[in-house]
Design a protein around this ligand. Structure first.
Ligand code: GLN
Length: 445
């Protein structure tokens, strides 16, 4: 079914960078054989999944949508890929993204853009745009994405699907190609909240191969889906409902909040006073970490090598030709922010702001169970509309970035349409309390 749907719609949507038909059929045949003599099924038994192309898959190209890694074939699987195999999922292929996950529209892919299935003249969001579009178009049952500053939640909102960013440390990052290591998290994009709970269950847990993976128990996320949110305390930050948020988005989110109230939740307005500084802090910290992480792409160890007169020239040619312009912009910003003399003024200052933002959340979570607001200030914009305006593009992440800076879990769940386009409701939880986030999202949905 999945392969048939891909054949039918992916010529228009272009969510995939690689469809592994042969591999998918082989995995499915192996499961059929295994199941012929057993009645037990894995948690995700037989479900076709698409993987964002920054998740390492053994023997299957993993390009990060970069020309520089066009021929990169990992020799190992990301931990999440092994976990999905354990849960008996079937990998159908690799999904498009902004190059190295830098962007919010999938227009920064080094190969081709992806188109929003709701309106093909619009972006699917990003950077996990291929993942969101593939789920929305019914090409896969669910997908995995990664979220550094909103890259699961924003495309989920734009494509009308559910996207969950787990707490930093909940899911192993081993085998996720690093963008900004202190922010990156892997998570599911699904058709509904229950599916998100299943996938989170399958991919969570401590992993000795990722030193930032947390040693905390994994609860039963499915049993959290009780449908009951009576008495739950919901905070609505006034900064998330203020200026800059489209009227249509605000209206849908206000209606969603009213619904939570009708279900018995206690809703109150709060303030996250430092959220104004989140985008500035993020666009120093993320590029700084990226500039360091991407230093490894030198034409020697990974991917494509370009010819040069000598070693330095080879590095230069490889990186100049291999990276796209947004990736180069980030490397330059990050290198500058980390350079001696500027470190204290930029990087260190941004880290201090990050602490203040985390403390804002801690203060609110002392009295409330979840924070809700919109996922994005607008609905899906037109292809080409913002591509030459990086600042507008960066401001689009204003509602998702604070969550990454604080390391918290958050979900985007569809809450209706504005002028025919999906709107996402964002529900943010306490660290490692995905269970409550899922419970609220499930009750709302
Ligand atoms: N749009 C943000 C950026 O460009 C977030 C990307 C992400 O979460 N990977 O950095």
């Amino acid at each position: 079914e999945s392969l048939a749907q891909i054949a039918k719609v992916d010529g228009d949507v272009r969510a995939f960078l690689k469809v592994d038909e042969e591999g998918a059929r082989k995995q499915a045949a192996e499961l059929d054989k295994k199941w012929a003599n057993s009645s037990t099924r894995g948690l995700l038994g037989g479900l076709p999944v698409g993987l964002k192309d920054n998740l390492c898959t053994e023997g299957l190209t993993t390009t990060c949508a970069s020309q520089l890694l066009a021929n990169y074939n990992p020799i190992y699987n990301a931990t999440v890929v092994d976990k999905l195999a354990e849960a008996e999922s079937v990998t159908v292929g690799k999904l498009n993204m902004d190059e190295f996950a830098m962007g919010g529209s999938t227009e920064n892919s080094g190969f081709h853009p992806t188109y929003n299935p709701w309106d093909l003249s619009r972006v699917p969001g990003g950077s996990s745009g291929g993942s969101a579009a593939a789920v929305a178009a019914g090409e896969v049952y669910y997908a995995l994405g990664s979220d550094t500053g909103g890259s699961i939640r924003q495309p989920a909102a734009f494509c009308g699907v559910v996207g969950l960013k787990p707490t930093y440390g909940r899911v192993s990052r081993y085998g996720l190609v690093a963008f900004a290591s202190s922010l990156d998290q892997i998570g599911p994009l699904t058709k509904n909240v229950e599916d998100a709970a299943y996938v989170l269950q399958a991919i969570s847990g401590h992993d000795a191969k990722d030193s930032t993976s947390a040693q905390v128990d994994v609860p039963d996320f499915l049993s959290a889906l009780t449908g009951d949110i009576k008495g739950l305390k919901v905070a609505v930050p006034k900064e998330m409902m203020g200026e800059g948020i489209d009227a249509g988005v605000k209206e849908r989110v206000q209606a969603a909040i009213k619904k939570l109230e009708q279900m018995g939740a206690v809703v109150e307005e709060v303030s996250l006073p430092h959220s104004d500084y989140a985008v500035a802090a993020y666009y120093l910290i993320a590029p700084a970490e990226a500039s360091s992480n991407l230093a490894r792409y030198d034409g020697v160890r990974y991917g494509v090598r370009k010819q040069g007169q000598n070693l330095l020239d080879m590095y230069l040619e490889t990186r100049s030709q291999g990276f796209g312009s947004e990736v180069k912009r980030r490397i330059m910003l990050g290198t500058y922010a980390l350079s001696s003399g500027y470190y204290d003024a930029y990087y260190l200052k941004a880290q201090k702001v990050r602490t203040l933002i985390r403390q804002d959340f801690e203060r609110v979570f002392a009295d409330y169970d979840v924070i809700v607001g919109p996922t994005t200030p607008t609905t899906a914009f037109k292809i080409g509309e913002n591509i030459n305006d990086p600042l507008t593009m960066y401001m689009n992440d204003i509602l998702t970035i604070p969550v990454n800076l604080a390391g918290l879990p958050a979900i985007s769940v569809p809450c209706g349409l504005a002028e025919g386009l999906p709107v996402g409701l964002q529900i943010i939880g306490k660290a490692f309390d995905e269970a409550t986030v899922l419970r609220v999202a499930h009750a709302f949905e």
